[in-house]
Design a protein around this ligand. Structure first.
Ligand code: ADP
Length: 232
């Protein structure tokens, strides 16, 4: 299916798009999985999609990453291809079919990471121009040290691009990772107002965050006349 520009411009999808963003270890996957289970248990049609998960692109991305052969531009293009594949095959048709689409990372991840890698922000933005604006974007804000400790405690080794080693920030991968994540946080913080992020304090207990998240989801469901009686 090729998405017709006219369709995109009409923004006539009837579903709801909910996105979580934040640095690694900010707790966003934990929260979106809880939302997923909650909404499904209430009878909603839900589709979950996560960053960098397209079957079509996986092999080449993984090969390029393993051999550390990607430049900021090819890194960016591969991820945007991955996104386009998931957008055309799943996100867009399911939104049109009225689903609630939950996305663990969306275009803001590319904007933050690719910009930090030195790609021109408007060039990156332009690549994702066709993507629908989310109805709700949660941004999980955590101090770098909190996030880094959560990630490192379960993982003795970081991957080359994950640690931002391609940027030459430090020879030490943990130091590089900290600097890289710090720069990504600055990018996210600069998007909060323009992109209407709902900021969640990612240092709070999981249940507390989930309460806030659900309250915001309920508001959007109500606004879109999608609230099942038994949900509230
Ligand atoms: P992300 O998707 O942002 O990388 P995850 O949800 O995978 O983050 O969480 C990373 C780690 O932190 C996991 O081990 C998870 O159990 C833990 N975690 C998530 N939320 C919290 C929290 N509020 N407090 C403490 N630990 C948390």
């Amino acid at each position: 299916m090729v998405i017709a520009i006219a369709d995109i411009e009409k923004k006539n999808e009837v579903g709801i798009l909910i996105v979580v963003e934040g640095i690694d270890g900010s707790g966003k996957s934990t929260q979106i999985h809880l939302v997923d289970r909650w909404l499904r248990s209430k009878g909603y049609d839900v589709f979950f999609t996560e960053w960098n998960s397209s079957e079509t692109v996986r092999e080449i991305t993984s090969k390029g990453k393993k051999k550390a052969r990607l430049t900021p531009m090819t890194f960016s293009l591969l991820h945007s291809t991955d996104f386009a594949d998931r957008y055309e095959k799943n996100i867009y048709p399911l939104l049109r079919a009225g689903y609630i689409v939950l996305a663990d990372r969306y275009i803001y991840t590319a904007l933050a990471r690719d910009t930090v890698r030195g790609c021109d922000k408007s060039w990156v933005k332009n690549m994702y121009k066709y993507a629908r604006k989310p109805d709700l974007t949660f941004y999980f804000r955590v101090p770098i040290e909190t996030a880094v400790n959560r990630i490192i405690s379960g993982r003795p080794k970081l991957k080359h691009y994950e640690a931002g080693m391609d940027l030459g920030l430090s020879k030490d991968e943990y130091e590089s990772y900290r600097i890289f994540q710090g720069r990504i946080v600055d990018e996210y913080e600069s998007m909060i107002n323009d992109d209407n992020f709902v900021v969640i304090d990612g240092t709070l207990e999981i249940e507390k965050q989930q309460d806030m998240v659900r309250r915001n989801v309920l508001k959007v469901l109500k606004m879109k006349n999608k609230l099942h009686e038994k949900t509230s």
